[in-house]
Design a protein around this ligand. Sequence first.
Ligand code: FPP
Ligand code: MG
Length: 309
Amino acid sequence: MNISLAVSKIDSTLNEIIHEDLKILKDIKKYVIKSGGKRIRPLTHLLFCDLLNYKGKDQWIVGTIAELIHAASLLHDDVVDEADTRRGKKTVGVLYGNKTAILTGDFLLACGIERLNRLQNPAILDVFTDVIRQLSVSELLQMQWQKNPKITFEIYEKIIYGKTSSLFGAVTQTAALLAGQSSKQAEDYRDFGLLMGDVFQKRDDLLDYFTLTKNSGKDHLKDFSNKLYTYPILVLREKASKQDKALIPKIIESSNNKKIMELLTEYKIKEICFTELNEDIHELREFLTQFPESKSKLILNEQLSKLLY
Ligand code: FPP
Ligand code: MG
């Protein structure tokens, strides 16, 4: 598979699925297609379809629907998070207002569901409608635990499962379903996607605090200023001395950027977190060893390497 050709085919499928008359919807469609997103969800779906020898055209539709659900959720997410930038560009809320961001997010979601329905594949419809439900539940759960120092690691994992991993799980699971695997076999593929999504979200949470190779295009310390207890903070809480642990809620409450960065550095949280993530990536690579060597397997391994520190 050629990645840039695949990305342009995904973008032209997005162009077909999002049909619009109103000027604002045309603008949003252009915004989504030109967003600079990496299309990691549809690409992962296509790569798994290839590993499993599925050659049908529905892979383009299913992968693109996953991207569309993702794009819709980001329009809503930037309103919830009060984010000014995404991928280095102004958010739809900043450009057109939050009401427009919510309503156009609904529109994108509706386009995705409409196309999904036309596939006439109840198993795939089930998978994605469950994801949409999980996305909303987990955002509400996150909001409920915002600012609350009693949040546990289990609750955090539940939040990231719903907001990110479930969609990654859906793209690998539906690749297996399209390829004619049994629903039980498809669960193993879903598990791969779920773990990949966990790694992806935890890495995203680290990017809020630490700059890696290149700028993420998002506001720095946004999760921190939103008083969210995310991965690095929860690990810090585990590793810190009793005294320092007691300070964390106060530092978060007062948005003391300098102090939180000092503690994260002192306890080597970046290194600890990446060691954990690298172990997960190793597990993902192990899963791929069951497939014979191919271009798609190589690309998947390269994608996983990009998540390494
Ligand atoms: C990003 O997390 C959040 C999501 C991927 C899910 C957002 C879901 C909703 C707002 C519910 C509405 C759902 C639909 C389908 C319309 P993040 O804020 O940690 O990541 P970020 O740093 O990329 O913003
Ligand atoms: Mg966000």
